[in-house]
Structures are given as C-alpha cells and as structure tokens.
Design a binder for this molecule. Structure first.
Ligand code: SAM
Length: 219
C-alpha cells in the first residue's frame, strides 16, 4: 500500500462545490490579527505549553476534512500532516489549496507546511512509527440544530462522506500510540468522551464545542 497516495482526477472533471481559502473571513482568521475566542481555545487546548524546539511542532490531523483546522495549525507555525480518507473531499481541498497558493504568496508560504494525504489515518498510523508531537481528531458530529452554524462546510462534508463508520474509538486508541505528546479530540459540548474506558486528561469548554485532551502514557 502506498502511504502517501497523491490525489489525481480526470482533467475534465466538473465540480459543483468548491471552497476558497482566500475568502476574507477565513483568510483574516489565519492572519492571527484578531483571534476569536474559539481560536484561542483551540490553540490553548492543542498546544498547551509546547514550544517548538529546533523543529516546528508536528501535528497529524487524522480527520482532515476541508483542512480548515489544518490550515489554522499551519498559521501557528506547525508542520501538519493532514489525512483524509474520502477522495472527493481530498479533491476539493487539493484544488482549493492549489488555487490559493497560486494567487497568494503568503498563503503559499504558510500552506507549504501542510502535507495532504489521501488515505485512512488508522492505516497510516499502523504503518508508520510515531513521528508527530500531536494527533488531532475531529470526527463528524451527529447532526444537531447548531451544527451548520459552527461550520458552513458541514452539510457538504456530511453529504460526501455519507454514513461511513468513523471508527472513532479505534482512531483514538491508534492516536494514543502514535502521538509523542498530546492527542486532542473535538467533541460536541454535551457528548460523551470518545471512549468510555480512556481517561481524559483535561477538557476545555467553548460555547459550542469541547476539546478533550489526552496525554499519552499519563497515569
Ligand atoms: C468533521 S470532518 C473534519 C473537519 C475538519 N476538521 C475541517 O477543519 O475541515 C471529519 C472528517 O474526517 C474524515 N475521517 C474520518 N475518519 C477518518 C480516517 N480514519 N482517516 C481519514 N479521514 C477520516 C471524514 O471523512 C471527514 O471528512
């Protein structure tokens, strides 16, 4: 199996849905000039007191979706491996990356810290030795009234991924064996932790979401 499967598609394929990473609202978020409370919470939960040493902090975004979170991590100076298993989702993200890189040199510089991988991150983590500081998991939430407000891409993502079993518990177990320092899981605010039998080290509460932090090997 090839671990770094590059995405390829027919040159004449037509696409009804596209995303634009340079749209002002998103691009402004990545500039870091006026971080929202939600961004501050995510940054604090994800990085804690970790500081880059000689190398940038490395993150595996094991549920990459449309890369909104991955790109935010890049904007914080992290090196990001973004793994997504649904080919059509990878295609949309890859095209959006290409367009934004060609149009904006600052975006290109930032996005060069991101490697987009088409594949199942469970398989990826099985096949490689631990190589990242942090694993981030954002499995699809069950549909709730507020979901589409949290992220406007969500209805399309839901449509593209269908009813696939996200094997959330297995993802978490693999992540705990793979991350050197931290595993962060995004959850709906009222949801149970991803796995009943694994102790959450700390939870960070936002208005609509909660981040559960796991420190691998913590007793
Ligand atoms: C809620 S979305 C993530 C949204 C993402 N954080 C963003 O900012 O756009 C969850 C994504 O994880 C993907 N996914 C779920 N299990 C996966 C796995 N084992 N390997 C790779 N991708 C996975 C789904 O296909 C879906 O696109």
């Amino acid at each position: 199996m090839s671990l770094l499967t590059t995405y390829s598609e027919k040159p004449k394929a037509r696409h009804a849905f596209e995303i634009d990473y340079l749209e002002p609202m998103f691009w402004e978020k990545m500039s870091g000039r006026a971080p929202t409370d939600g961004q501050k919470l995510l940054k604090q939960s994800l990085l804690g007191n970790l500081k880059p040493h000689k190398e940038p902090i490395s993150i595996l975004d094991a549920t990459a979706g449309f890369l909104r979170d991955s790109l935010l991590f890049c904007s914080w100076g992290c090196q990001v491996f973004a793994c997504e298993k649904v080919a059509s989702v990878v295609g949309i993200s890859a095209r959006a990356l290409e367009r934004a890189k060609a149009e904006n040199v600052d975006f290109a510089r930032m996005a060069n810290r991101l490697l987009l991988i088409h594949g199942d991150s469970i398989e990826w983590m099985k096949d490689l030795r631990s190589c990242v500081d942090i694993v981030y998991l954002d499995p699809m939430f069950l549909e709730t009234k507020g979901s589409s407000v949290i992220n406007k891409d969500m209805p399309m993502l839901r449509k593209l991924i269908g009813n696939q079993d996200q094997k959330e518990e297995l993802l978490l177990m693999m992540a705990l064996g793979f991350a050197k320092k931290r595993v962060l899981v995004k959850r709906p605010i009222q949801a149970r932790p991803l796995a009943e039998h694994v102790r959450v080290t700390n939870s960070y509460w936002g208005k609509n979401v909660r981040y559960d932090l796991y420190i691998p090997n913590a007793k």
